[in-house]
Design a protein. Structure first.
Ligand SMILES: [Zn+2]
Length: 251
């Protein structure tokens, strides 16, 4: 039995939904120890992010970009999916959730067991790298070994292009295929649940708006108020893992 009325309501909405889309932001991963780079006190308030055009234009900016990536590597490798990730994974395996749209770059949805094909990464993924020209994949650990040996940012073995983490940088356009899929999934959903996003970064934050305008029910789960709380059918200002875990009924 769930006695908390808000969690009971979330559970009821999940049970009644035919096709759920989950949208996640940094808040779900902070419970796994990954800092929210955009939050007050976050790394981007102390260190200016490297714009994509600077990465392309300057060998020093490419080296700096890789130094920063290796600086966060231990945090990234130690982070494990938490109860919130596991609850979402359970809903995917039950056939309730058709897609997980995420602003996160940490790969923790896949690590929690969500098939990669069901995860739509709007900001890419920092757990591997790729060539900006031919898309050849590279592993971070291999790049680190080479970087420590040469002190130079990596170029592609196949085509000579710049190799970069598979993330979307500031000044880099959103990945078109991911954006199209995210829109299609949003329009097909009858319940849209946003989790751990302040819903201020566009175009990503447009998806919950689109879902609501299209007639889907909208749930917002975030510790702090968001820009779209007024639009939602259910708003939960709570911890994510415990709330989702209780709503889904797993640990
Ligand atoms: Zn290449």
């Amino acid at each position: 039995m769930v006695h908390d009325p808000d969690i009971a309501e979330l559970r009821r909405m999940i049970e009644e939904a035919q096709r759920i889309v989950v949208f996640t932001g940094a808040g779900i991963s902070t419970e796994s120890g990954i800092p929210d780079f955009r939050s007050p006190g976050g790394i981007w308030t102390k260190m200016r992010p490297i714009d994509f055009s600077d990465f392309l234009a300057s060998a020093e900016m490419r080296r700096e970009s890789w130094r920063r990536r290796f600086g966060t590597d231990q945090t990234m490798r130690q982070a494990e999916p938490n109860r919130g990730h596991r609850a979402i994974s359970t809903l995917v395996s039950r056939g309730k959730v058709s897609a997980v749209i995420t602003q996160n770059i940490d790969g923790l949805h896949q690590a929690s067991g969500v098939p990669a094909i069901r995860v739509i990464e709007l900001h890419g993924n920092t757990t591997y790298a790729h060539c900006l020209d031919c898309a050849q994949r590279y592993e971070i650990e291999d790049i680190r070994v080479e970087f420590e040996r040469t002190g130079e940012a990596p170029n592609c073995n196949a085509c000579g292009g710049f190799v970069k983490t598979a993330t979307i940088s500031f000044g880099q356009s959103m990945p078109p295929a991911a954006m199209i899929r995210a829109e299609e999934e949003t329009l097909a959903a009858d319940l849209f649940i946003t989790i751990g996003s302040s819903l201020v970064v566009y175009p990503a934050a447009g998806f919950p708006e689109l879902a609501a305008r299209n007639g889907a029910k909208l749930v917002i789960l975030n510790r702090e108020p968001t820009g779209l709380d007024d639009l939602a059918d259910l708003v939960l200002h709570r911890e994510i893992g415990v709330t989702l875990g209780e709503a889904v009924g797993n640990n």
